[in-house]
Design a protein around this ligand. Structure first.
Ligand code: HAM
Length: 449
């Protein structure tokens, strides 16, 4: 296949048959976060490379191996965001959001870019729903943030996700830990990969999430961070667990979770599935009490998480979970001749203003071809409009599912259509067992449809 008709490795299209599902998932996440006070923020797709080097950390796999970095025409080093947190924190500082109500609760939908080896659930362009809560060190905030991810998964009906939590301590208690890790890895130095040899001196914790099979095998025997927590960090971690229990959120403590980004402190967590292959982490997050300061702001404890949209969709599809149906064409107007086409344009325009999806022939097809097209669209109603209908002022509105036809005066068409469409929706509700005691006339009079 020619290069220009092939998408770039590790990227994927979302086609119209799927896009409503993604929109549903994203909307659900935004609404659930919104109920906890998180407001959407939109940030640029690229930032100065230094932001990620400083924020995410220049000893991480993400920064060392996976970033899409280039020089722009002004010779500035630019990077496509590999994640959302650093950009959100940059925007929080640049726009003085710390002067507004604190804590700042921000959420976002972003595309992210990482030059990783593509496989199921691992892409080079992927999407995240994430949120960040800036300005609180309280363990109650940790539990609230975790509970939001939990609520999103429950609302969507996702099952089998394990919540795993850990504490990786603060810079103070981590000093001891780094020393212990250094000693451990030093003894296996000969076997480590080239990147990890460098990490050994600069940040031995990063060896723990190296993807090379040899390094990750060695990492299994490394000292555990939980054995090195200071009293404050230990108390904080216990309090987080207390809140989670009070909120009846099931979790396990997994001392191996250290997360792959440098900014984390104290609580870290992941929601992991065993049902979608090797890339089972659907959501990852944690505290980053030092990041705002690292990027140039005042000391601001904060935390957040990000859910990988593609991984979540993969899991939902695997579990056969229901999605709302794709919006269907409510009315297709089949036309014969120019006059009818003009009338159809008028009706379509009026009904579209009422929020109804209406289509009519914009190709110049035969009546038969138009009917075929209306069927393909899954139109709920059709109406045929030609010279004789225009002359008599009467048309036949056809319910495509039942085949039932109703004669309607053209002068009253919009009203009659809305009534028929509403009655169809109410029937649908009744079939679902919803007792919809609604008077259509009353609704129509009050313009409430
Ligand atoms: P992360 O663990 O690097 O954390 O990514 C979060 C989620 O994004 C992962 O759990 C996964 O579902 C998805 N993801 C990551 N890489 C890929 C990929 N190559 N292909 C498909 N999905 C992927 C962060 O990005 C942090 N910023 C999360 C956070 C927010 N921590 C605090 N606040």
């Amino acid at each position: 296949m020619a290069l220009i008709t092939k998408s770039i490795k590790g990227t994927q299209d979302v086609l119209p048959s799927e896009s409503h599902k993604v929109r549903f998932v994203e909307q659900t996440a935004l609404e659930i976060a919104g109920n906890c006070g998180f407001r959407e923020i939109r940030i640029p797709v690229f930032e100065h490379t230094e932001l990620f080097q400083r924020g995410v950390g220049d000893t991480t796999d993400v920064v060392q191996k996976e970033m899409y970095t280039f020089l722009d025409k002004g010779e500035r080093s630019i990077t496509l965001r590999p994640e959302g947190t650093a950009g959100v924190v940059r925007s929080y500082l640049e726009n003085g959001l710390y002067n507004e109500a604190m804590p700042q609760k921000l959420c976002y939908l972003v595309s992210c870019y990482r030059y990783e080896k593509p496989q199921a659930g691992r892409l080079r362009e992927f999407h995240q729903f994430g949120l960040e809560c800036l300005g609180t060190a309280s363990p109650a905030a940790d539990a609230e943030v975790i509970s939001i991810a939990n609520d999103i998964f429950s609302f969507l009906g996702v099952s089998g996700l394990q919540l795993e939590i850990n504490s990786i301590g603060c810079p103070e208690c981590r000093k001891e830990y780094h020393k212990a890790l250094h000693d451990y890895f030093e003894s296996r130095k000969e076997e480590l990969c080239h990147t990890c040899l460098e990490r050994l001196e600069r940040n031995p914790m990063r060896i723990l999430d190296c993807k090379s099979p040899v390094c990750s095998e060695i990492a299994k025997g490394a000292p555990k961070v939980t054995d090195f927590l200071c009293d404050d960090c230990r108390a904080h971690f216990e309090a987080v667990q207390g809140y989670l229990k009070a909120m009846e959120i099931e979790f396990t403590v997994n001392p191996s979770i250290v997360r792959g980004l440098d900014y984390y402190t104290r609580t870290v967590f992941e929601f992991v599935s065993t049902g979608i292959g090797a890339q089972g982490t659907v959501c990852g997050g944690g505290r980053y009490d030092g990041l705002v300061e690292e990027i140039g702001g005042a000391h601001t404890p904060a935390l957040g998480f990000a859910i990988g949209i593609e991984r979540l969709m993969l899991l939902m599809e695997k579990q056969g979970l229901p999605f709302p149906e794709r919006e269907k064409c409510a009315l297709y107007i089949v036309t014969m001749g120019e006059k009818a086409s003009l009338e159809a344009a008028k009706i379509a325009s009026a009904l579209r203003k009422e929020g109804v999806e209406v289509q009519f022939d914009v190709v110049g097809r035969s009546v038969k071809a138009q009917m075929k097209y209306a069927n393909k669209l899954g139109a709920q109603f059709t109406v045929v409009l030609g010279d004789s209908e225009l002359e008599s002022g009467v048309v036949r509105l056809k319910n495509m599912e039942s085949g039932e036809e109703t004669e309607v005066a053209l002068s009253d068409f919009e009203n009659a259509f809305l009534r028929a469409s509403l009655s169809e929706s109410l029937k649908g509700l009744e079939e679902l067992g919803v007792d919809a005691d609604i008077d259509i006339d009353e609704l129509m009079n009050k313009n409430l449809f």
